[in-house]
Design a protein around this ligand. Structure first.
Ligand SMILES: NC(=O)C1=CN([C@@H]2O[C@H](COP(=O)(O)OP(=O)(O)OC[C@H]3O[C@@H](n4cnc5c(N)ncnc54)[C@H](O)[C@@H]3O)[C@@H](O)[C@H]2O)C=CC1
Ligand SMILES: N[C@@H](CC=O)C(=O)O
Ligand code: NA
Length: 434
């Protein structure tokens, strides 16, 4: 069979990994795909120094790759929403298949991109965009297709998990670990995407669409990052039997879909609580299969390349089929548009609260009264002894309540003269099997 001819656009961390693994495992990959996958050209501004590109045509013009009639597949690994959007849309218009690791592009422009791809009869594949090397898109889209999925919850940002794990295990400084993650090639070009939860929100929007058969709704994801988490919270959570992880959660309820990313306390005995470093893990609960867990590297050159190349092999096979016989881009041939995304205020969780109070008689009673006035019961309370008049941290674990009720509780607590500064709130999830 004829080789599949590929243009790699962007030879950075991921592009370099794809280039090297395609060369190293060329014969194994060709045996799997039934024909060779050949890098015909590379278009990049900077060439990854780990790649020997001496036998490949290299330029910095990504659009020349689209214009090259020899190319079957454009591999978009430049990142961002601008040139990447033009590149992908032009590739589709030219009748070329596209493989991308760009979750930002898919989350924000995916509905339009898939519509154009459907009309052109080409594949747009994006496995590397969610949870790096973990084949989570394929698993949900194909492996779990029998199920009515109840929820998906996962650690889906490698940089964020790397930072939280280092803070927890070694007491490391936030900014130093972020710099380490950047040096290792894990972080986004703009690392605020990692630490403020935007990258996880991109990925969650994709997971939700393929789990529930709804259009991509990135603009409706409630997004909170890890930048406010302090070592103090990690220690207090640990003493209470919890780990703090940044989770993306999407759940189908009778009222609509939950769609949220935020730091979360998880009981330490849960597998997700023990996923550390750059590793990601995604739990999917389906009515037939029950709970499933997918684990692996969420970022890095070769783990991500593993997913990109799996997509390339799928494209090689899809090229021999008709567009109608292929797996739908977002898993469902017919999307539901009657599943609204719930406002965060309506979502119920348990909460961890940390506040700083003046140590004088009656303070705890006042705090407890604010909670009970809102019908919220307290599961645990920790207050350290200090001398009267000093500031003392109080840690509270509450039972489940709505976000709206908790917003009001926090507003009232912060207005008490006995409470200094703001109240730290972290949501708590048990991830029960249901
Ligand atoms: N680094 C990682 O572990 C992962 C990254 N991704 C995604 O993969 C994509 C690539 O990420 P990285 O490889 O980390 O980025 P990178 O910054 O290491 O590489 C990007 C490459 O594209 C080139 N480039 C950028 N704009 C260009 C343009 N207009 N024309 C020509 N060349 C251009 C740059 O010179 C660079 O070589 C992004 O969408 C990222 O979100 C996805 C999963 C994991
Ligand atoms: N910056 C991302 C890269 C992979 O998607 C992460 O850290 O998870
Ligand atoms: Na993946």
């Amino acid at each position: 069979m004829k080789p599949v001819k590929i243009a790699i656009c962007g030879l950075g961390t991921v592009g370099g990994g794809v280039f090297n693994v395609l060369q190293r495992n060329a014969s194994e990959i060709a045996r799997r795909a039934g024909r060779p996958l050949v890098v015909e050209q590379v278009a990049t501004r900077h060439v990854n120094p780990d790649c020997d590109t001496s036998s490949v045509y290299v330029s910095d013009d990504i659009f020349a790759a689209v214009a090259n009639p020899e190319i079957d597949v454009i591999v978009e690994l430049i990142g961002g929403y601008e040139a990447a959007y033009d590149l992908v849309m032009q590739a589709i218009a030219a009748g070329k298949h596209v493989v991308t690791a760009n979750k930002a592009l898919i989350a924000v422009h995916g509905n339009e991109i898939f519509q154009a791809a459907r009309e052109a009869g080409v594949v747009v594949a994006f496995e590397a965009g969610v949870a790096g090397g973990i084949p989570i898109i394929k698993s949900i889209r194909e492996g779990l297709t029998a199920n009515r999925i109840h929820w998906v919850a996962g650690i889906i940002n490698g940089t964020g998990n790397f930072i939280l794990s280092s803070m927890s295990e070694k007491g490391s400084d936030f900014n130093e670990v972020l710099a380490e993650a950047q040096a290792l090639g894990y972080a986004e070009a703009d690392p605020t995407f990692d630490v403020e939860g935007i990258d996880a929100a991109h990925k969650l929007a994709i997971l939700s669409a393929i789990a529930f058969g709804v259009p991509l709704s990135f603009d409706k994801v409630y997004t909170e990052g890890i930048s406010r988490i302090e070592i103090e919270d990690i220690r207090q959570a640990d003493a209470l039997g919890f780990a703090i992880k940044h989770l993306g959660i999407t759940r189908r309820t009778e009222q609509g879909l939950e769609l949220r990313v935020h730091p979360t306390l998880i009981p330490k005995e849960r597998l997700l609580a023990n996923v550390n470093g750059v590793k990601n893990a995604v739990m999917v609960y389906g009515d037939a299969v029950g709970s499933t867990l997918f684990y692996g590297s969420g970022a890095g050159a070769e783990p991500t390349a593993s997913a990109v190349i799996a997509d390339l092999v799928d494209v090689a096979r899809a090229m021999e089929t008709t567009p109608e016989s292929r797996v739908p881009y977002l898993a469902f041939a017919h999307q539901a548009d009657d599943l609204p995304v719930l406002p965060m205020e309506e979502i119920e969780t348990a909460y961890y609260l940390r506040l700083l109070a003046v140590d004088r008689p009656g303070v705890l009673a006042k705090v407890a009264t604010v909670l009970s006035d809102h019908g919220i019961s307290i599961e645990a309370i920790i207050q350290k002894d200090t001398s009267e008049g000093e500031l003392v941290p109080i840690i509270l674990m509450t039972h489940r309540t709505t976000e709206a009720a908790m917003n009001e509780v926090i507003r009232q607590l912060e207005s008490l003269s006995d409470i200094a500064g703001g109240v730290m709130r972290i949501r708590v999830e048990s991830l029960d099997d249901q």
